[in-house]
Design a protein around this ligand. Structure first.
Ligand code: 9WN
Length: 438
């Protein structure tokens, strides 16, 4: 006879739903940001993913970072994409045959065994490695995790500090909008306007197969992205001589946070961390000196080719709040700006937008021109907490968790309505939700 016993199952908790997103996007050695839109491994995504994954599987979180670092170039750069060879070439543009890392990247020491892009993304990795270690120090020690990643992370920072100090003031420059990670931010409009776009017929955008055109960058943006990337490739990925060079607050702040993490990693390994800590402090001073704009109450980008600071207010200019070593008055002004009319924390928005609510270019749906993103909100939540703004951090955390789960872990959301945009089941949204649940 049949046993008619079907135990009632509780609906999965938000924590379980987030963990399932990461399980579904795991490919065996790393996690894709999104199965359809981004079917390879991305650099800063993997760092955020590892930060969340450490709560579910510290071993997988370690592997995530190790897989990325295995694709590091001999000159120290960590590529922004590591391509999965089993994914068809036309699934994502630009594909490996565009970047040609194993030939065009030979002089810069691209790996032979794996295909990668030739640009970079924000250096969140040492911070991620330290947090992953802390989640299970015994496992980390038994696998020699930090001992293996430390020299690679040190070489990565060396590359940025030596090859990318294009302005000569100690700060790192990005040479492509994709490097900074906020692809079509209005901050790039002026520096990009000087770039002759590649003809639209010379490439095919795969992103429009999966994303709504009105939520994505325009064809004109893409023409310029393609031109800049092709020129960089044709220079064999040499860092001088490009037409686009920008010092960005978030990129540099993340490097500083990672340099502090590297100091702790060095000490954990029995080496000295003091020199790294001093360097992080020097970089913080350079960041304030070069990019702080008291009249705006926030940091601004500096366009090295077009002569100076850009006036656009991007969330990037608030992310240095992450740094505990920020001068007190600067941190206080950043918190005021977050609460003020341009970003409206705790006011009219549900999450902090990627761009100035009052800016002419603001668009609540178009990618990095207004929508709220979960990684930047996570960074701001950490920053508020680090500066003792506990109530604001708690409120932001609650809003983050509510929206992440309610939208099926969307890639980004309308900052006013919370309406999901872009992909759902997006890895860093799920990962950073997991981190905030803990
Ligand atoms: C180009 C993967 C990446 C993120 C970026 C985000 C988007 C790629 C794209 O997706 O960029 O690198 O094709 O639009 O802007 O921050 O790392 O999630």
């Amino acid at each position: 006879y049949e046993i008619a016993y079907d135990p009632p199952t509780a609906p999965p908790s938000p924590h379980v739903r987030a963990a399932r997103v990461l399980a579904a996007n795991w490919t065996g050695a790393s996690t894709v940001p999104s199965r359809k839109l981004y079917p390879h491994q991305w650099s800063w995504d993997s760092a955020f993913i590892a930060i969340g994954l450490r709560h579910v599987s510290p071993a997988r979180a370690q592997t995530e970072l190790e897989t990325l670092l295995a694709a590091q170039w001999a000159d120290g750069r960590v590529p922004h994409i590591v391509f999965n060879p089993s994914v068809p070439l036309d699934a994502y543009f630009p594909s490996p045959d565009f970047w040609r890392s194993s030939t065009a990247g030979r002089a810069a020491g691209a790996p032979r065994t794996v295909q990668t892009s030739g640009i970079v993304q924000p250096p969140v990795h040492a911070l991620a490695a330290w947090l992953v270690h802390r989640a299970d120090p015994a496992l980390s020690r038994s696998r020699g995790f930090l001992a293996r990643v430390y020299p690679k992370l040190a070489a990565w920072h060396r590359y940025l500090l030596h090859r990318r100090d294009l302005g000569g003031a100690g700060l790192v420059s990005v040479v492509h909008p994709w490097e900074q990670g906020m692809d079509n931010s209005p901050c790039w409009d002026a520096p990009l306007a000087r770039i002759t776009p590649a003809p639209a017929r010379s490439f095919r955008r795969a992103d429009l197969d999966h994303g709504a055109a009105e939520d994505r960058p325009t064809d004109l943006d893409y023409g310029r992205y393609v031109r800049l990337a092709a020129d960089y490739r044709d220079r064999e990925y040499a860092d001088d001589g490009g037409e686009f060079a920008v010092e960005d607050p978030a990129f540099n702040a993340l490097l500083i946070a990672s340099e502090h993490a590297l100091a702790r990693i060095a000490e954990e390994l029995g080496a000295a961390g003091a020199a790294r800590r001093e360097r992080a402090e020097r970089l913080t001073a350079a960041l304030v000196e070069r990019l702080w704009e008291p009249a705006a109450g926030m940091f601004l980008c500096r366009d090295l080719r077009g002569g100076g600071p850009r006036p656009e207010r991007s969330v990037s200019g608030l992310i240095p709040l992450l740094l505990p070593g920020l001068p007190r008055d600067v941190a206080a002004a950043l918190v005021d700006t977050l609460r003020g009319p341009h970003f409206s924390l705790g006011g009219r928005t549900r999450l902090v937008p990627s761009y100035d609510l009052l800016g002419e270019a603001f668009d609540p749906h178009r990618y990095w021109r207004g929508p709220a993103w979960f990684n930047t909100n996570w960074l701001l939540e950490r920053g508020l907490r680090a500066h003792g703004e506990t109530a604001a951090a708690d409120a932001l955390r609650t809003a983050f968790l509510d929206l992440a789960d309610a939208t099926g872990f969307a890639e980004y959301v309308d900052p006013y309505t919370g309406e999901p945009c872009g992909a759902t089941g997006f890895s860093w949204t799920a990962a950073l939700a997991l981190d905030l649940y803990h």
